[in-house]
Write a protein that binds this ligand. Structure first.
Ligand code: LMR
Length: 394
């Protein structure tokens, strides 16, 4: 039986982890997978998470099943964190999922169940796993222009032209903030225009929000998602807690399916719960419980917010240090986009050959599409990277 299996393509992002590990050079720099690292290269457990874990260890007296949709304390707290009061809670069907990827997978499956012929419009480029999961599920993908290779900003006119071709019932996938892999984002005026297109075409938005708090702030990063959710008749939102709570391996995420009235909420909720049961039964609880403990406790929440803010401003500072070092070395402003981008990533906008050259010559590991994880840098490695970039002729 197994001999008929086919080889599967390696995941380009995850393959880099191994390549980096195998490189013996002590000067190597890891700008690959999207994991936050502090200046010492550690992915720390956030203080509030540690405190909640201690408290949980003391107080938790059972590990029996929760509910198929996850603990309501978690789904409500996360719905509130992402949407605030943009939509009434009774319009939101929500399930806990294994991470943001789990939420996306459930969302795509829900789309396929509801409308087997729906096409999913995705930005070009997008997180490669979007494409991979959609292909795996046999859902038709339409790419819309997103990144302007010249300015390294958003090709907004191209994007608008392309999403206007969506039909009623198609899905348009949008990154709520901190676009992965480019770091280039829409401003709120542009988001409002996207909402108009969605309403004109009848396409359903699916917002992937995996980096809330990593861009301009917790509230600012959710503003686009809230605008979309409050302005369209139907919407899907996939949220991740991996990054902003630093609980990557706990697999903690949330899928929301909203409509602009409470009718049909039960149908949406029942179908999403059904999908959980089919795919993994109960969603993981440990990370979800930590998140709800933190969000529902004023002291823990304040501590989490202040640490998240340190993480965010730290990455902003790395961005501006790298941009100014590149300005100094190149004598031009052409790398200014690095300081304008937001979130964990910036797409340098160079060829896979030059990326490979920097890896081989300088031990710098970035994704082949030239996505750099800004959080992988520190004050010592910024000059090394900047020099390598200039050296490679980027
Ligand atoms: C990334 O884009 O690097 C992260 O979202 C990790 C992953 O699973 O790809």
């Amino acid at each position: 039986m197994f001999e008929s299996l086919k080889e599967q393509p390696a995941d380009g992002i995850l393959a880099l982890i191994q390549m980096y590990k195998d490189d013996p050079r002590p000067t190597k720099i890891d700008l690959g997978v999207g994991v936050y690292k502090d200046a010492t290269g550690l992915t720390p457990i956030m203080r509030a998470v540690k405190t909640a874990e201690k408290q949980l260890w003391e107080e938790q007296d059972t590990k029996t099943y929760t509910s198929l949709a996850g603990d309501p304390a978690f789904t409500n707290a996360m719905t509130q964190l992402v949407l605030a009061d943009a939509v009434p809670l009774e319009n939101v069907a929500a399930v806990a999922t294994p991470g943001g990827t789990g939420a996306l997978r459930q969302a795509f499956e829900l789309v396929r169940m509801a409308r087997p012929d729906a096409r999913v419009f995705v930005p070009d480029p997008t997180w490669p796993n979007h494409i991979s999961i959609l292909n795996y599920l046999g859902i038709e993908i339409v790419r819309y222009r997103y990144f302007d290779e010249e300015s390294r900003g958003v090709d907004f006119n191209g994007m608008m032209e392309d999403i206007k071709t969506a039909k009623a019932g198609d899905v348009v996938l949008l990154h709520g903030c901190c676009h992965n892999p480019t770091g280039a984002n829409l401003n709120m005026t542009e988001w409002a225009q996207v909402v108009d297109v969605l309403n004109d075409t009848g396409a359903v938005p699916m917002v992937d929000i995996a980096y809330q708090g990593f861009g301009d702030g917790l509230e600012e990063d959710a503003a686009a998602t809230r605008l979309v959710a409050s302005s369209v008749p139907e919407c899907l939102v996939a949220a991740s807690c991996s990054k902003n709570f630093g609980i990557y391996r706990e697999r903690t995420g949330l899928l929301m399916a909203l409509s602009n009235n409470a009718d049909g909420r039960k149908l949406r909720q029942d179908n999403m719960t059904f999908l959980n049961r089919q795919n993994f039964s109960f969603p993981p609880d440990h990370g979800a419980r930590l998140v709800s403990m933190i969000l529902n406790d004023n002291v823990l929440r304040a501590d989490w917010m202040s640490e998240l803010e340190e993480v965010r401003t730290g990455m902003l500072s790395l961005r501006s240090q790298l941009a100014s070092e590149l300005q100094r070395l190149s004598g031009s402003d052409r790398f200014g986009f690095i300081a304008q981008h937001r979130g964990m990533f910036s797409r340098l906008g160079t060829t896979p050959d030059k990326v490979a050259l920097m890896r081989e010559k300088n031990g710098i590991y970035m994704v082949a599409d030239s996505r750099m994880n800004i959080a992988g840098l520190n004050a010592n490695t910024i000059p090394i990277l900047a020099e390598a970039i200039i050296d490679a002729g980027v």
